[in-house]
Design a protein around this ligand. Structure first.
Ligand SMILES: Nc1nc2c(ncn2[C@@H]2O[C@H](COP(=O)(O)OP(=O)(O)OP(=O)(O)O)[C@@H](O)[C@H]2O)c(=O)[nH]1
Ligand SMILES: [Mg+2]
Length: 427
């Protein structure tokens, strides 16, 4: 069934559709059958974040304009695992175009009504609006990404998140932070997205990517976007129009097309539809895979600098007191309390600043590489590390670098995400 020009009805006969606007072959490979649905469900049921990171739930944050289907996506996923259509998250299309969702909710999903809780949370948010100081604002996003905002937080369009608010998480751990972000777009409004909205999304994207958090775009309401998918959602990867919309979404948001995933949420149905499930589950599977990439990066960046703590500690990511460094003598810039990684990087040949997935800035420098030459990844080491206290205005908290240690390979330190190094994590 996979690449054929066919429509399958669960348990029923196959029917050949030849309406206009349909390609002969799928532009994205997917097999439309019960087996695929079953395998996706099993894979997601078995999902666990990488053991070494000590996080129980992968945290997936849904962001997007008002009314695009953020809450409905959670309801769709929840329905699949409940085995019937449910609507735990409030949804609707209010006349005033204000967000129905006004609280930040991290929803858990159970495998069946009384089954085990699955190892991910879908975090639903209030919709973004075009106007300034209306809806969820980009300036608040850093607090969410960095895990400062408690569950059930009541959004206030005037922006009420601050260090003084009740429940503000002062020292968030990796488990509090967001591990994957999803921009939800309505397939029917991609073409006409306003500049104001695109600017807000672009602001948000910058905050997300600077932290190394993966970003996915979910295109909802594909059932309303083209005649073919309206009748049969399994034609989504043969529809010229949907392919065009997906490409457009990728261009507008500025991410690869492979990171853009179409779905149709449950809205009016009372019974599950396997094809709706396959689309939603493949999207969720992709989010979990991206989350794993994020955790991988955490380990690559901090594999040597973080250790699993004693069982008595409730912080599974305890900072190892031994900071990785190079074998160069301590220099003046290293103790300058006025220095920032960026300022220091400007003064050291070959040094660069990188943002880590854990909300820190690190200064990478060369070890034993002649000035003017590019250091190979294994000759790069962390020279300085700065934690962000305020999400938007990082404050230099720690500038001390240890005295040189004997020459050691810098395993576990990655000069760039595309050059991962062998990982060694403390047992
Ligand atoms: N046809 C169709 N309608 C959808 C789909 N997803 C959501 N809807 C409808 O779109 C409307 C808004 O859905 P919500 O899930 O409340 O959207 P939201 O993004 O959470 O909206 P706010 O919380 O108000 O920002 C509801 O009427 C849904 O039934 C979809 O895939 N197809
Ligand atoms: Mg909502």
């Amino acid at each position: 069934m996979g690449n054929g020009a066919t429509k399958g009805t669960p348990g029923g006969k196959l029917k050949l559709l030849t309406s206009g606007g349909l390609m002969k072959n799928h532009w994205r490979a997917i097999t439309w059958d019960e087996q695929t649905r079953y395998q996706l469900i099993e894979t997601i049921k078995e999902y666990k974040p990488l053991g070494q990171v000590g996080v129980q739930f992968a945290k997936i944050l849904l962001l997007g304009h008002v009314n695009v289907g953020k809450s409905s996506f959670f309801n769709t996923i929840n329905s699949i695992f409940r085995n019937h259509v449910t609507a735990q998250a409030p949804v609707g299309s209010p006349r005033d175009q204000r967000s129905v969702t006004t609280k930040m909710r991290g929803y858990q999903v159970r495998n069946g009504r009384e089954g085990k809780v699955l190892n991910f949370k879908v975090v639903d948010t209030m919709g973004i609006e075009e106007e300034k100081r209306k809806g969820f604002e980009p300036s608040e996003l850093s607090y969410l990404l960095d895990g400062h905002v408690p569950d059930n937080h009541q959004f206030d369009p005037s922006g009420n998140i601050s260090g003084e608010m009740p429940g503000f998480v002062k020292l968030p751990k990796l488990q509090d932070k967001v591990h994957c972000c999803v921009f939800v777009l309505d397939a029917n409004s991609i073409t006409g997205m306003s500049e104001a909205l695109l600017n807000k999304l672009s602001d948000m994207r910058a905050k997300i990517t600077s932290r190394g958090i993966p970003l996915i775009v979910l295109v909802t309401k594909v059932d309303k976007a083209c005649n073919q998918t309206c009748q049969d959602v399994s034609l989504v990867y043969r529809s010229n129009h949907i392919q065009h919309l997906i490409a457009l979404a990728g261009t507008k948001i500025g991410i690869p097309v492979s990171h853009v995933l179409p779905v149709k949420n449950y809205t009016h149905e009372i019974e599950l539809d396997p094809w709706v499930d396959i689309l939603a589950l493949s999207a969720l599977q992709q989010m979990l895979r991206f989350t794993d990439n994020y955790f991988d990066e955490c380990l690559v960046q901090y594999g040597k600098g973080y250790t699993q703590p004693e069982k008595t500690s409730n912080d599974l990511w305890t900072r190892n007191t031994t900071m990785r460094t190079n074998n160069q003598p301590k220099q003046a810039w290293q103790s300058s309390s006025a220095a920032t990684p960026t300022a220091v990087a400007g003064r050291i040949p070959g040094a660069s600043v990188q943002n880590t997935p854990l909300g820190k800035s690190i200064l990478m420098g060369n070890v034993g590489t002649p000035v003017g030459k590019t250091a190979s990844p294994e000759k790069q080491a962390v020279l300085m590390e700065v934690e962000e206290e305020e999400p938007d205005e990082p404050e230099v908290k720690k500038l001390e670098v240890e005295a040189p240690s004997p020459v050691k390979p810098t395993n576990g330190i990655c000069a760039s995400p595309s050059q991962p190094q062998p990982l060694e994590v403390a047992a």
